[in-house]
Design a protein around this ligand. Structure first.
Ligand code: CTP
Ligand code: MG
Length: 229
């Protein structure tokens, strides 16, 4: 039996507000190329990945299609929320793609070894897989308003907390069901699967799979690229 085909969905339609004013985040420059080009190249360096669908900001679909012409990807217009963008990309994924990775364009330096670890767990039978790292900071739970004042209500045991990265991997029908039944927004796709009561497996992530979110992250990304070359 041929192994199940693995596809990848790349949500890249966000504005990048926390990065500050400028082009949408996926089109911002990193060492001479847009973040999104780094991200898609990284996926293409992973031999496990077949079809790739990118969700781009709607006005930038022609630009992104041209940018990624060499990488054999389908480009669709993303939506208002990340979840909408993933849903639109999923709808454009070719039939017969039974395993799906969802990978943030903003995690543009993710090493292929993380893709391999996620796919291996899927092939071993997991419904859903997330790459994770231990948390360095102690995390507090708060109530109140960030401007008017917050009060700490608790401190979860840090040894049991994990920071979650992408690519997250899913059996296609599990991801589709999770998105169909999504009650309210979630910041990752695994959370929707958890709401279905399905098991989500964690595998080791990578420090280099950090999400470019704030200006300091762009400096870090440049340093990582320099260290690699
Ligand atoms: N994303 C998307 N569609 C949206 C919102 C986000 O495809 N409507 C994508 C982003 O392009 C990014 C990934 O989801 O690759 C993770 O989101 P995030 O890091 O929050 O990016 P932005 O939403 O662009 O940034 P910000 O929240 O600072 O505006
Ligand atoms: Mg966002």
């Amino acid at each position: 039996v041929a192994p199940a085909l693995v596809g990848a969905l790349v949500p890249a339609a966000g504005r990048g507000e926390r990065l500050g004013p400028g082009r949408p985040k996926a089109l911002r420059d990193l060492a001479g190329e847009p973040l999104l080009v780094h991200a898609v190249r990284g996926l293409r360096e992973a031999p496990e990945v077949g079809p790739v669908v990118v969700a781009a900001p709607a006005p930038d679909v022609p630009v992104v299609t041209a940018l990624l012409a060499a990488y054999d990807v389908v480009v669709v217009a993303g939506g208002e929320q990340r979840q909408d963008s993933v849903g639109r990309a999923l709808a454009a994924l070719p039939a017969g793609t039974d395993l799906v990775l969802v990978h943030d364009a903003a995690r543009c330096l993710t090493p292929p070894s993380v893709v391999a670890a996620v796919v291996a767990a899927l092939r071993a039978g997991a419904d859903a897989v997330v790459p994770v790292l231990a948390v360095a900071d102690t995390v507090k739970q708060v109530v109140g308003d960030p401007v008017w004042g917050e009060r700490v209500t608790g401190t979860p045991d840090r040894s049991r907390l994990r920071a979650v990265q992408t690519p997250q991997g899913f059996r296609r029908e599990v991801l589709a069901a999770a998105h169909r039944r999504a009650g309210g927004a979630a910041t990752d796709d695994a959370a929707l699967v958890e709401r279905l009561g399905r098991t989500v497996v964690a595998v080791p992530g990578s420090e280099e799979a950090f999400k470019v979110t704030r200006p300091l992250d762009l400096l870090l990304a440049e340093a990582v690229l320099r260290a690699r070359s």
